[in-house]
Structure formats: structure tokens, C-alpha cells
Design a protein. Structure first.
Ligand code: SF4
Ligand code: SF4
Length: 75
């Protein structure tokens, strides 16, 4: 597992899906996360074990709402 994972600020996310498409390892999926009344789908890290922590998704996000979070205890 990577020592960093992407964390999405859902309150600012446009639910555009660009990050999902950008991930070279298909780790992100659009899913209903129950955060808004419009029932949109937002990116979730569906395959954390496959994520390399490369940050490509964060760089691809047009509104810069993905933060790479360092995981404690992972070398
Ligand atoms: S950090 Fe890299 S591997 Fe992980 S979800 Fe983002 S693009 Fe995919
Ligand atoms: S690219 Fe950014 S705005 Fe678009 S779905 Fe991903 S996190 Fe949300």
C-alpha cells in the first residue's frame, strides 16, 4: 500500500469524474456517497491497495480539491 492516498474535499468537488479517468491504475470510482441532496456521484478510492500514491489524480483535478494525505505508519 502507498504511504499517501488521495482525499477529496467533497463539499467543493464538481463530480466531473476527471480524476477517475486520470488514474492510471483505475483505483477511483464514482459512487454515491450520500453527501448532497442531488444524489450526484463522487470519486471514492475503491482500490486503496492498488493506489501507488502517485498524485496524478490530484494534479488532474481542475478545481484542485484532492489532497494527498500521508498515512501514518506506512513506510
Ligand atoms: S494517487 Fe495515483 S494511483 Fe492513487 S488514485 Fe490517484 S492517480 Fe490513482
Ligand atoms: S477531478 Fe476534482 S472535481 Fe472532478 S470529480 Fe475528481 S475531485 Fe471532483
Amino acid at each position: 500500500m502507498a504511504n499517501k492516498i488521495p482525499v477529496v474535499e467533497y463539499s467543493l468537488c464538481a463530480a466531473c469524474g476527471v480524476c477517475v479517468t486520470a488514474c492510471p491504475f483505475s483505483c477511483l470510482e464514482l459512487s454515491k456517497v450520500g453527501i448532497d441532496r442531488y444524489n450526484k456521484v463522487y470519486p471514492v478510492l475503491a482500490s486503496p491497495g492498488t493506489c501507488t500514491g502517485c498524485g496524478i489524480c490530484a494534479k488532474a483535478c481542475p478545481v484542485e480539491v484532492i489532497t494527498m494525505q500521508v498515512l501514518a505508519g506506512v513506510p
